[in-house]
Write a protein that binds this ligand. Structure first.
Ligand code: DX5
Ligand code: ZN
Length: 226
């Protein structure tokens, strides 16, 4: 389980995505950021839901046995419901699946919770917030994609702050204590406007692992968010 929104909302949760880490030295890459990161973000891609293939349960299992950081598993896969228990067994702390890939969202969220993980739903940039309105009582996290999923290192889609703002307003109005996570194209230059729009969990790949000093890059992101 991840820490809840109420307890952590004043602290920006920075979630480095290992998609941009050095796969030949994954443990060392995680060691570099262990003191400064809040959560490890793990991007699972199946080559169907998104046009790319990354990695699966064995990497989650290896990291669960290696790092104390909570593991946030972002499933960019078709038919995610059939894989929930396997990722939970591998050691996921949160499991986030895409609304676009899952017709039985409520059932899937309940299954994630029953497996002992924090349940979340991700939305592509082009997917309306109305898709998740009916399941808000059943989730603890919403991930708004700020790029089209599939690759690290893409540019932030201009105007996504408005969607973040509208979601945070909706959550506040209905009293849902839900993490609002954003993912894609976040750098020191744009982190502040996203934090101010209402994001409290920020996924960062290139802005951390493609930098000469990943730990310093996280500290810089935190500083720029204020
Ligand atoms: C994109 C992934 C992201 C990605 C972010 O499909 O979900 O988590 O790794 O990478 P950057 O920060 O480089 O955009
Ligand atoms: Zn992701």
């Amino acid at each position: 389980m991840l820490p809840g929104y109420q307890e952590t909302k004043d602290h920006l949760l920075i979630c480095p995505s290992i998609l941009s880490a050095d796969f030949t030295a994954l443990g060392a890459s995680v060691d570099q950021i262990a003191q400064d990161a809040d959560i490890l973000h793990i991007d699972v891609m199946d080559g169907h839901f998104v046009p790319n293939i990354s990695f699966g349960m064995p990497i989650v299992k290896a990291l669960a046995g290696y790092s104390d950081l909570p593991l946030d598993v972002h499933l960019m896969i078709e038919n995610p419901i059939i894989w929930i228990d396997r990722f939970a067994e591998a050691g996921a702390d949160s499991i986030v699946l895409h609304a676009e890939a899952c017709p039985h969202l409520q059932r899937a969220l309940q299954q994630i919770r029953d497996a002992g993980c924090t349940p979340g739903v991700a939305l592509n940039p082009g997917t309306s917030l109305s898709t998740i309105e009916e399941v808000l009582p059943f989730l603890d996290m919403v991930l708004l994609m700020t790029v089209n999923p599939g690759y690290g290192g893409q540019s932030y889609i201009p105007g996504m702050q408005d969607k973040i703002r509208r979601l945070r307003r909706l959550l506040d109005a209905q009293n849902h204590a839900v993490h609002l996570q954003i993912d894609g194209g976040v750098y020191p230059a744009n982190i502040k406007e996203n934090r101010e729009a209402g994001a409290n969990m920020i996924v960062v790949g290139s802005a951390v692992f493609n930098q000469p000093d990943p730990a310093e890059a996280i500290r810089q992101l935190r500083k720029c968010s204020q």
